[in-house]
Design a protein. Structure first.
Length: 209
């Protein structure tokens, strides 16, 4: 695993190097609140739509009614609350580059639900960035991710910063501060431990600051 904390410009050029030749997939993984979504969006914006497109893992959240039927609504965000098989299948489609356009799902935080076919990925775009918690998990259907990511970067700021961001995000999307902190220190923290267990598999460790 490469040393931590390369400058953003170094990360951008490393991502740019993946845009030549065949379709590549770059994965950003990290615990809840790590800043991986922000970093991924910045990279895609700076590379431009001709070179890169962002397809987050969160589009494969199971719908709330499905989670309720399974008795998992209070653990939303855990590995078994996603359609891992669907995510693996999408990455295989994206890597094959056989279709003119692949439409990926998107997770809408204002709805707290996934929306299907919301993110078009044209064949000619050489780099797909994907980000999420469980890109390095190798249990159950998540094991199917093996070999589908050309590079994986682990995004991990210091824990105090991460928890502050996470609580603020929960508050911004409707939780009162006490409930937001309880969720961050409960369900989110359990998921963070699962994510951290795969850190050693990453090609690079990044502290987004």
């Amino acid at each position: 695993m490469a040393p931590s904390n390369p400058a953003y410009e170094v990360l951008l050029e490393r991502a740019r190097a993946l845009t030549t030749g065949e379709r590549r997939v770059l994965g950003l993984v990290g615990p809840p609140g790590a800043g991986k979504s922000t970093l991924a969006a910045r990279l895609v914006a700076d590379l431009g739509p001709e070179l890169a497109v962002l397809v987050p893992m969160d589009g494969f959240h199971l719908a709330n009614r499905v989670l309720e039927a399974l008795g998992r609504r209070d653990r939303k965000g855990a590995p078994d609350t996603f359609d891992a098989g669907g995510y693996v299948a999408l990455l295989r489609r994206l890597r094959s580059r056989e279709e003119a356009v692949v439409h990926a799902p998107e997770f809408r935080r204002d709805l707290e639900e996934p929306v299907g076919s919301a993110l078009p990925v044209p064949r000619e775009v050489p780099l797909v960035l994907t980000e999420g918690n469980y890109l390095l998990l190798r249990e159950g259907e998540w094991a199917g991710l093996e070999g589908l990511l050309d590079e994986t970067w682990y995004v991990g700021p210091d824990e105090r910063t991460r928890l502050e961001r996470l609580v603020a995000r929960h508050v911004a999307f409707g939780k009162d501060p006490e409930a937001a902190r309880a969720w961050a220190l409960g369900s989110d923290e359990a998921n963070a431990a699962v994510v951290a267990a795969g850190r050693h598999r990453a090609h690079l460790v990044v502290d987004p600051g």
